[in-house]
Design a protein around this ligand. Structure first.
Ligand code: GTP
Ligand code: MG
Length: 527
C-alpha cells in the first residue's frame, strides 16, 4: 500500500495546479483509476494474509537502494536489479553519501576507460609492445581479475578486487573464464566489466603462477622490478613476498603499473583496513565497517534473468507466504559421502538451543492449538539431499511443541561441486541468493557459499562449528559478530617493523573470525 501511495504522490506531482483545472481534474481522475487498478493487481497477485510480517523492510524502500544503484539501466534486460522482492528486504544500514559519490565516480571512470575505449586501446598497445610500466603514459590503469575457485569464493574476490580498484583508481575487468557469463548482470552503466576476448595476455592466464617472471613476489625475490604488467598472486598458498602487496611501500610501486592481474580465492578486504594509506578513505566510505561486503555485493551482483527465474519461482512457490523463513546452509568438508548423523545432530542441536525452530514432541500424536498456527519455511541448501529429508520427515512425523507448522525445502542436491558447469553454477548462485532472502540464517564454518548469503542478506548468521572427529561439537553453533565474510589467509606481518605480528589484535574493527581462529574479519562496535 505504501508503494501505491508513493505512486499517487508522484503522479499528482505531474499534474499542473490552478491554470489547467480541467486537465488537473482529468489527471486526478486517472490517478484514482490507476491506483484502483494497481491496488487490485497487487491484491490479486498477493492476497492479504493476517500474518504478521517478521522481516520489516530495514532501511530503504526505493528502487535504487538509497542511491547505491545507478539509474538508467534497461530494466527488462536485468529484472533482478530493481526488483521489489529484494528491495522489499531493504539494506541493513544506510550507505554513506561518500560511498555513493565514489561509486558514481567509478562508473564514469569505467565508461571512460572500459573495453575498446581510446584509453583502453592505447594502454593495450603499450602492453603489446612491452613498454615497461614506469615509462608508460597510460591514462587509465586496470586491475584484471582472473577467474579462479568455487563460485562463493569468486563472488568474494570480485568484491575485494573492486574495492581495491576503487581505492587505487583502477578499472576492474573480469576474465569471463568458462562460466562467468550468464550469472551476473553488468553492474556498470554503458560499459562492460568483462575483459575483451582479444586481450593480449588472455592465453597466459592459466600459466601465471608464483614462478612467473611477472609475479610480484618473484620480482621482489629476483630484485627485478620493471615489467609491462604485474601478476599478483593472492591465493591461499601465497608466500611472504606475495604478501608484501599489503604494505604501503609496495603499493607505491604497484601504483605505477598500468596492468595488474590478480588471482585470489580470498576475501582480502580486512587487510586493506590495516593499511595506513587506505585508512582515511575506507573510514569515509564505510563508517560502519561491517557493511562493506553487504553494500558491495548489493551493488555488484545482480542475477541474470535466467538465474532470477530460478530465484523468484522458488521463492514464490515455497517461501513467500509464510510467517518466517529460516535458511540452513550445510557444507560438509569431511571426506566420504553423507549424510552424516553427527552433522544432522549438530543442526538440530543448534536450531533448538537458539530457538530458531521448534522442537517436536515424539510422545504425542497431535497437539491441539487454537487458531491458525504460525508457519515457518526452512530453506536448506546442501550438495546432499539427506539432511533436509530427515528434518522434513521429523516435522511430518511428529507435532511441534509450539504448534507451529514447519515446511522444509531444498532446491537442489547436486552431489558434488561441478565448477565450470553452467547450470550447476546458476543453481548455486540462485541458492545463495535465496538464502539471503531468509529472516534467520544458519551457516557452516569455513564456507564462502554461506558468507555470500549472509552478506547479501545483511544477516548475522548462527555459525555451525566445524565438527572434529565426526562428532557434533558442543555448543553446536554461535552467533556471528558481524555479517562480514572471513579472510581465510591473512598476512601476519608488520610492514614498518618488518616482523611478524598478530594482525587480528591491532585495531578493534579487525578481529579473528568465529569459524577460523587465524582468519580476519571486519566488525562494527562489537564488544
Ligand atoms: N547448488 C549448490 N551448490 C553447492 C552447495 N554447496 C556447495 N556447492 C557447490 O560447490 C561449490 C563450492 O564452492 P564455494 O561456492 O566456494 O563454497 P565453499 O562452501 O566455500 O566450498 P569450497 O570452496 O569448496 O571450500 C559452489 O560454488 C557450488 O558449485 C549448495 O548448497 N548448493
Ligand atoms: Mg569456497
Amino acid at each position: 500500500m505504501k508503494r501505491v501511495h508513493h505512486r499517487n504522490h508522484q503522479e499528482q506531482k505531474k499534474c499542473p495546479s490552478i491554470i489547467m483545472m480541467r486537465l488537473a481534474g482529468l489527471c486526478v481522475f486517472s490517478t484514482i483509476i490507476l491506483s484502483v487498478v494497481f491496488s487490485l493487481s497487487l491484491v490479486l497477485r498477493d492476497p492479504p494474509s493476517d500474518a504478521v510480517p517478521i522481516s520489516v523492510p530495514r532501511w530503504i524502500d526505493d528502487k535504487l537502494l538509497a542511491g547505491l544503484l545507478p539509474a538508467g539501466f534497461d530494466e527488462t534486460s536485468c529484472l533482478s536489479r530493481y526488483d521489489s522482492l529484494i528491495n522489499r528486504k531493504g539494506l541493513s544500514a544506510k550507505p554513506s553519501s561518500y560511498l555513493i559519490s565514489r561509486l558514481r565516480k567509478y562508473e564514469a571512470l569505467h565508461r571512460e576507460c572500459g573495453p575498446y575505449t581510446q584509453s583502453y586501446n592505447k594502454t593495450v598497445k603499450d602492453l603489446r609492445s612491452g613498454v615497461p610500466s614506469q615509462s608508460s603514459s597510460a591514462a587509465c590503469k586496470y586491475l584484471v581479475w582472473i577467474s579462479y575457485s568455487g563460485l562463493g569464493n569468486r563472488i568474494l574476490t570480485i568484491a575485494s578486487a573492486f574495492l581495491y580498484a576503487l581505492l587505487t583508481n583502477r578499472v576492474l575487468l573480469l576474465d569471463p573464464g568458462l562460466d562467468m557469463t550468464d550469472l551476473f548482470c553488468e553492474p556498470f552503466p554503458h560499459a562492460s566489466w568483462f575483459l575483451p576476448p582479444d586481450f593480449p595476455l588472455r592465453a597466459q592466464f592459466h600459466h601465471l603462477n608464483q614462478k612467473s617472471a611477472h609475479c610480484y613476489g618473484k620480482m621482489i625475490k629476483d630484485k627485478s622490478v620493471t615489467a609491462s604488467f604485474v601478476y599478483l598472486h593472492l591465493a591461499h598458498d601465497y608466500d611472504d613476498q606475495d604478501k608484501l602487496f599489503f604494505c604501503d611501500e609496495d603499493q607505491r610501486f604497484l601504483d605505477q603499473v598500468p596492468w595488474l592481474l590478480v588471482r585470489t580465492d580470498n576475501y582480502f578486504v580486512p587487510s586493506l583496513f590495516l593499511m595506513p594509506s587506505f585508512e582515511q578513505e575506507l573510514n569515509q566510505l564505510f563508517p560502519n565497517r561491517e557493511t562493506v561486503f553487504h553494500f558491495l555485493a548489493r551493488y555488484l551482483f545482480h542475477p541474470t534473468n535466467r538465474v532470477w527465474g530460478l530465484v523468484i519461482r522458488y521463492y514464490e512457490a515455497y517461501l513467500a507466504n509464510v510467517d518466517e523463513r529460516v535458511g540452513i546452509q550445510i557444507r560438509v568438508f569431511d571426506t566420504g559421502t553423507g549424510p552424516f548423523q553427527h552433522v544432522l545432530d549438530q543442526i538440530l542441536a543448534c536450531v533448538f538451543k537458539e530457538n530458531l525452530l521448534p522442537d517436536v514432541n515424539r510422545k504425542q500424536a497431535t497437539i491441539s492449538s487454537s487458531g491458525k498456527p504460525k508457519s515457518k519455511a526452512v530453506l536448506m541448501t546442501s550438495l546432499s539431499s539427506g539432511y533436509s529429508e530427515k528434518v522434513r520427515d521429523m516435522y511430518w512425523e511428529f507435532p511441534t511443541t509450539t504448534g507451529e507448522a514447519v515446511g522444509v525445502f531444498q532446491p537442489s542436491h547436486e552431489g558434488y561441486q561441478q565448477t565450470e558447469n553452467q547450470m550447476h553454477n546458476q543453481k548455486a548462485w540462485a541458492e545463495m541468493y535465496l538464502l539471503s532472502l531468509t529472516d534467520v540464517l544458519v551457516t557452516s564454518s569455513w564456507s564462502t557459499f554461506g558468507y555470500v548469503a549472509q552478506g547479501l542478506g545483511g544477516l548475522k548468521p548462527w555459525i555451525l562449528y566445524k565438527p572434529e572427529n565426526r562428532t557434533a561439537p558442543d555448543p553446536p553453533c554461535q552467533r556471528a559478530m558481524s555479517m562480514e565474510p572471513c579472510f581465510h589467509a591473512p598476512p601476519f606481518y608488520d610492514c614498518k617493523a618488518k616482523k611478524g605480528i598478530d594482525t587480528g589484535k591491532l585495531v578493534p574493527h579487525v578481529r579473528h573470525c568465529e569459524d577460523m581462529s587465524w582468519g580476519l574479519k571486519l566488525v562494527h562496535n562489537y564488544a
